[in-house]
Design a protein around this ligand. Structure first.
Ligand SMILES: C[S@@+](CC[C@H](N)C(=O)[O-])C[C@H]1O[C@@H](n2cnc3c(N)ncnc32)[C@H](O)[C@@H]1O
Length: 275
């Protein structure tokens, strides 16, 4: 299947994102006061269940301080910062969006983590790291933007060293039509969902074997139900993803909640061993 990456690129183009983030963070204190990853709120965790999901995925993958970790489709770097801080490792992030990479570097300066996390612009489908460069590859809410899954998972397998783990947390196809715009795509042309079983078969065909497998859909539905309550009460206490994604984000988030609650999509958390 071929894919025009420009649609995905446009969806995440994020012009002026550093200025918007700087303005949103001004209420937390002066520019030179170091921030903790937690103070960034939900703004830099661009996936279902935010910080909690990242922490659970890191635990499931058994990330240790000596592991070399690659976060593919790292967004503005929230998962990389959280994992570097909580597991004591170094993390390299790669993202298609140059605006997101710029924001990831800015936020890592604000949290004082620029020695532990590094970010590069690039495509997950064309990475020039040497074979076996990493012990863990993370992929959180990215696969649904990628049509050529066999190539994606082969790339990931190539990058993993002996004993390496691939940790994925992604939206999967459920029953019924998906409502758009979703947080990952304006319409169906930029969305390439597989169901959980097809995801497993495609990953395993690339030379990886399942080690841990969790249907995260029930937890995701509870989270979505709480989001709807919070949205109705209009009580955003910390900076949110709207800062990054702009004024359409409430509509995208509302559709994501409906897609989850109505079973149109599910969420999969899984870890695979390189074999
Ligand atoms: C929903 S966001 C998730 C960001 C991050 N993983 C997180 O959980 O906070 C999806 C990200 O995948 C990136 N992306 C999509 N297709 C990509 C590709 N082919 N290569 C690298 N990044 C890609 C987007 O630019 C976007 O930042």
């Amino acid at each position: 299947m071929t894919q025009d990456m420009s649609g995905v690129g446009e969806h995440y183009a994020a012009t002026g994102v550093v200025q918007r983030i700087r303005a949103a963070l001004a209420s937390l204190g002066p520019e030179d006061r170091p921030l903790t990853p937690r103070e960034l709120g939900t703004m830099d965790q661009f996936h279902t269940r935010g910080h909690a999901a990242t922490a659970e995925l890191a635990e499931l993958a058994g990330i240790e301080s000596t592991d070399r970790v690659l976060d593919l489709g790292c967004g503005i770097g929230g998962p990389a910062r959280l994992i570097a801080a909580s597991r004591g490792c170094r993390v390299v992030g790669v993202d298609l969006s140059e605006g997101f990479v710029e924001a990831a570097r800015y936020l890592s300066l604000r949290t004082g983590q620029q020695q532990r996390v590094q970010f590069h612009a690039g495509s997950a489908l064309a990475l020039d790291f040497a074979d076996a460069s990493f012990d863990v590859v993370l992929l959180q809410h990215v696969a649904m933007n990628i049509a050529d899954r066999p190539r994606l998972y082969r790339q990931i397998r190539r990058l993993l060293a002996r004993g390496g783990r691939f940790a994925t947390y992604d939206v999967v196809r459920g029953d019924g039509e998906v409502l758009y715009p979703a947080p990952w795509a304006r319409d169906a042309r930029d969305s390439f969902l597989l169901d959980a079983q097809a995801t497993r078969e495609t990953v395993e065909a690339a030379g990886l074997r399942v080690r841990a497998w969790l249907d995260d859909t029930p937890a995701a539905r509870s989270w979505a139900a709480q989001l709807k309550v919070a949205a109705a009460a209009a009580t955003p206490a910390t900076p949110g993803l709207g800062v990054v994604m702009g004024p359409d984000f409430p509509l995208q988030a509302g559709n994501h909640a409906r897609n989850l609650l109505e079973g149109r999509v599910g969420v999969l958390m899984a870890v695979f061993d390189a074999v």
